[in-house]
Structure formats: structure tokens, C-alpha cells
Design a protein around this ligand. Sequence first.
Ligand SMILES: Cc1cc2nc3c(=O)[nH]c(=O)nc-3n(C[C@H](O)[C@H](O)[C@H](O)COP(=O)(O)O)c2cc1C
Length: 212
Amino acid sequence: MKILGFFGGPRVEGKLSRLLQRALEGAESKGAEIKRFDLINLNIQYCRNCGNCVFNDSDLPLGNCPINDDVHSILEEYLAADGHIYASPVYDVFISALMKTFLERKMMLLYKPKDAYGIPAPRRPQNFKKKASLIVTGNAFEEYDGITAREIMGDPCFEALENTLMLEQIDTVDKLYVGGMERITEEILAQNLDEAYRMGIRLKEEIEKVLE
Ligand SMILES: Cc1cc2nc3c(=O)[nH]c(=O)nc-3n(C[C@H](O)[C@H](O)[C@H](O)COP(=O)(O)O)c2cc1C
């Protein structure tokens, strides 16, 4: 079983990166093969909406994209993997632009018959089920008028990630929001690193149930 991590922050040595790494290590501890993609270090250009990947060659597992960057090879591994862990910082009450840019390029996993509009279908067998877990970090941690920071900052990010995963029929196992990141104590960070590790274990176990 292979589980991939997608890191959508700019600080590869930062705390969110450590949370993702721990989650991957949790999955690895139960026998999963792991690999991470630090999006900041990859060549990921903006989708240009040429439509080629969606409307042409709809028999291909991965649509033809004329942009010559790293996304096609990342998505080949994405298609072959069993599970995914997404990690994004909250930027301006949403996922990072880096993560969003990558999500938009996943368009080439989908297809539509020419002239058809609406919700696109995935280019893979309908009964193929994958799972994902999500990690989001922000500075906000207080309650605002009784609404938690997780709800204000985390939920828009989780929703963005889950909506795109829904198009691929990928269910979410866990969603971890960690707030107060710039001032987090070692003790609280350690607790969240432990939780990330358990998330990795759970993701591996949940995928196993589907594959059985
Ligand atoms: C441009 C920018 C926008 C941000 N917007 C938010 C925000 O809307 N809400 C929030 O809670 N934190 C926000 N933050 C804080 C980041 O989410 C936080 O620094 C990051 O999660 C820390 O993770 P790291 O140490 O691994 O980089 C923002 C940071 C930057 C640089």
C-alpha cells in the first residue's frame, strides 16, 4: 500500500511540515510505503483552462496536459497510490495558493464527453476507493463570538480539500486543525505530532478495510 503526502506550505522545515511527516511515519509504522511531495520545490504552473485534459483522449487514465511541468509525473504517482495526506497552512482564511494551484491541476484526472457540462467523472473504475486525511494549521486559536478558530479557519480549508476529493470519490478519514502555530509550546506541538502519527495509522487501517 502506498500513501502520499502533499505539503502545501512554504516552510519545509516548519511545524506543519513536521506534522505531515509524523502522519506519514504513522502510516509507515504499519507497513505503508510513503512518499511526500513538497509542492514549493516542484514546478507547478497554473491551469490555463485549455480543456485538452478534460475533453480530448478521454480513454487515457490521465488527461493530456500541454503544460510541461512536474504535475503530470506527480499525478501518475497519485493515481497509483492508495491514500493521500494533504497538509496546508491557513492563508487568508483558506488553503494556501500553492495547494490551490495544485488542486486545480488535478483537473486532468477527470473527463467529460465533448459538449457535456456538469460534474465530471473520474478516469478510473467506479469501484476503486481511496482515502485521504487532512492537516491544516493557522495562527488563530481563540474563540470568536462562540465560534472556534477551527471552525473559522480550518473548516473553509477542509471544505476546499474535501470538495475536490469528492469529485474523485475519495473519502476523508481524519481532519486535524492546529491553531496558535506561531506561539505553540513544545508540549502542545508534541501532543499534535502524536495525533498526526495516530492519523497516519488510522488512514492505513481504513484503506486496508476497503482493500480487503
Ligand atoms: C499570507 C499569510 C496569511 C495567513 N492567514 C492566516 C489566517 O487567515 N488565519 C490563521 O489562523 N493564520 C493565518 N496565517 C498563519 C499561518 O497559517 C501559520 O503561520 C502557519 O500555519 C504556520 O505553519 P508553519 O510554521 O509550518 O509555516 C497566515 C500566514 C501568512 C503568511
